[in-house]
Ligand binder design. Structure first.
Ligand SMILES: Cc1ncc(COP(=O)(O)O)c(C=O)c1O
Length: 397
């Protein structure tokens, strides 16, 4: 049999997959690699969250449960949205528990897209934002978010990308990979644009708690925005819970009803003991403090990189302070080489794992994503190697 879903032919194989395989092979061969490619907190999940899961396991919460999610987790998500974002969502009909942020995004797109609908996705952006639309037989229209505009699409770029088939706008602030996020005023203009053209705004806010100065505004916090806004949330990044696979969608009830059906027929439910732990994580004050402590650690490493960058003053690799998330998007454009080649060479010659900016779109070419979700020592050693390699001072060993 060779009849397959041809839609997958359109999915670009991520260059990061090949790099990840290469990192694994080098490690298997005994080579120490500085892991600055990861998008996963280097911290353990707070112990109290693990205890909450263990208690739930001991209480035999190990069976199927509601596809909508346990009422206490939906209530916890609603309380969190009110506490942190000033948003009011009804836990009975406007919140759906999902298998992480990626599944929340999948269900959102399942809920709103018809085949052939077009979705506006900034460039650069996390690869899944475009690939999911393609998998669902939608059309992806990339909207340039150039470095020169702080990696935010100029308002006129949205208008230029619009066609009669446009159904939705996807945004993700703070952004993976750039860490950028726009002002509330910009979000307000974007919401007005969406209202004028009857578009959904799907806002992936999984990095909302990782910011370095002012807290970014939620796209849902603009007056009148709620009826067209779909919020994608996850516990993965904020609480160092990437492997637990739990997140949630907050959206108008009719979006949730479709998403609920899509969830029912794809995963049935999220593991109930995981949901219990998630409800605890979202509401327990001690866990909020643990999340704040992690943010302080990322900020310390960010400051460390900025200090080193100032010390080196390299013209070959330019460093812009990220506003949020836990990445630097290093500007290697002065080298004039493809970012994949730069990452391959930094891996082979200097033993540093990184992600090429081209994995996030054409606007990412010439940039390289480096995480600060690694120990201070790894971040320092890795960044030193990166700059010294760029300056031609690194001798491969
Ligand atoms: C922008 C963005 N959204 C969503 C996710 C998905 O996270 P999860 O499915 O673990 O919640 C990621 C993970 O890297 C991400 O970078």
């Amino acid at each position: 049999m060779d009849s397959l879903n041809t839609q997958f032919e359109q999915l670009r194989q991520s260059p990061t997959v090949a790099l990840t395989d290469r990192i694994a092979a080098l490690r298997a061969g005994g080579r120490a690699i500085l892991p600055l490619q990861v998008g996963d907190p280097d911290f353990g999940t707070p112990p109290a969250v693990r205890e909450a899961a263990m208690k739930a396991l001991e209480a035999s919460l190990t069976h199927y449960t509601s596809s909508r999610g346990l009422p206490d987790l939906r209530q916890a998500a609603a309380s969190k949205l009110l506490r942190d974002n000033g948003l009011t969502y009804d836990p009975a009909g406007e919140i759906l528990v999902t298998h992480g942020g990626i599944h929340a995004y999948y269900l959102a797109m399942q809920s709103i897209l018809n085949p052939g609908d077009e979705v506006l996705v900034p460039d650069p952006a996390w690869a899944t934002h475009a690939n999911m639309v393609t998998m669902l037989r939608g059309g992806v229209v990339r909207v340039p978010a150039p470095a020169e505009n702080g990696f935010i699409p100029p308002m006129e770029a949205w208008a230029k990308a619009l066609t009669p088939h446009t159904r939705a706008i996807v945004i993700n602030y703070p952004s993976n990979p750039t860490g950028a996020y726009p002002s509330r005023e910009y979000l307000s203009q974007l919401q007005a644009f969406a209202a004028e053209h009857n578009l959904w705004i799907v806002s992936d806010e999984v990095y909302e708690n990782l910011y370095y100065a002012n807290k970014p505004a939620s796209a849902g916090a603009i007056p009148g925005a709620k009826e067209r806004t779909i919020l994608v949330h996850s516990l993965s990044k904020t609480y160092a819970m990437t492997g637990w696979r739990v997140g949630y969608l907050a959206a108008p009830a009719q979006v949730i009803e479709n998403a609920l059906k899509a969830g029912q027929h794809s995963i049935t439910c999220v593991a109930p003991f995981v949901q219990k732990a998630a409800a605890f994580a979202l509401t327990d004050p001690g866990v909020q403090q643990a999340a704040a402590d992690m943010r302080v650690a990322y900020a310390r490493r960010r400051a460390l990189v900025l200090r080193l960058a100032a010390e080196y003053g390299s013209e070959k690799v330019r460093v812009t302070p990220p506003m949020g998330a836990f990445y630097f998007f290093l500007d290697f454009r002065p080298l004039g080489r493809p970012s994949l080649e730069i990452c391959e060479r930094l891996l082979d010659e200097a033993g540093v794992g990184l992600v090429p900016g081209s994995a996030f779109g054409t606007q990412g070419e010439g940039f390289v994503r480096m995480t600060v979700a690694a120990s201070d020592a790894e971040v320092e050693a890795g960044f030193r190697k990166i700059v010294e390699w760029a300056e031609g001072k690194w001798v491969s060993k």
